[in-house]
Design a protein around this ligand. Structure first.
Ligand SMILES: C[S@@+](CC[C@H](N)C(=O)[O-])C[C@H]1O[C@@H](n2cnc3c(N)ncnc32)[C@H](O)[C@@H]1O
Length: 190
């Protein structure tokens, strides 16, 4: 995994090459087959029927479909990613499983193209380590989150201390809960 980590860190842009995305997708398939942990994990995120959830950095949509099930037909999931192949993969899942409450959105830089204060919950999973400008990124997550909403973010492939320092130094979020798996944050308004 350190081979992949090196590639991620040396890249100038956060959009990974196509081959990397495809390789990552294969690895995810293998991991999910050997260790199917996602359903158990998402139960801890507090998602409820009717919520609007943004799966930020959705990748091939492993979490997106689970979120869609949890929020139900009165809820909505926006699957946002900077990579076209991610958007394609999510669209394929929407068609394959007839999911009507998911919208796949192609981000540009740190802009999600989503309207402001739309999300009850934003989930940024296994992707924060890729982000170079934490403050700009976290500002966008805050912009799309309702005042009453919250962010679920994990460390990805970085130390917890780095994740926490980046969140707190951004000035955009307060950490309200911390588990080994993830951090929950609420938008900070001064
Ligand atoms: C390691 S994958 C994780 C995918 C998914 N969250 C999961 O855990 O299965 C990281 C994803 O974040 C996306 N990403 C990286 N930088 C991004 C950005 N600035 N905006 C949106 N997505 C981004 C990548 O394209 C990639 O699909």
């Amino acid at each position: 995994m350190s081979f992949i980590k090196n590639i991620v860190q040396k890249r100038k842009t956060e959009r990974m090459p196509d081959w990397h995305f495809k390789f990552m997708n294969i690895i995810f398939h293998v991991i999910d087959f050997i260790y199917p942990y996602i359903d158990k994990r998402v139960k801890k995120f507090g998602l409820k029927p009717g919520m609007t959830v943004v799966d930020y950095g959705c990748g091939p949509g492993r979490y997106t479909t689970r979120f869609a099930r949890l929020v139900g037909r009165h809820g909505k999931v926006f699957a946002v990613d900077i990579h076209e192949l991610a958007v394609e993969a999510v669209k394929e899942k929407i068609d394959k499983y007839g999911l009507t409450n998911i919208e796949a959105v192609l981000a540009s830089g740190y802009g999600s193209r989503l309207p402001g204060t739309i999300a009850d919950v934003v989930c940024a999973l296994d992707m924060f380590h890729i982000i170079k400008n934490h403050t700009e990124f976290l500002a966008e997550l805050k912009r799309i989150t309702k005042n009453s909403g919250y962010l679920v973010i994990d460390d990805g492939h970085q130390r917890r201390s780095v994740t926490k320092a980046s969140i707190l130094e951004s000035g955009h979020w307060d950490i309200i809960e911390e588990t080994r798996d993830h951090l929950k944050c609420k938008p900070k308004y001064t």
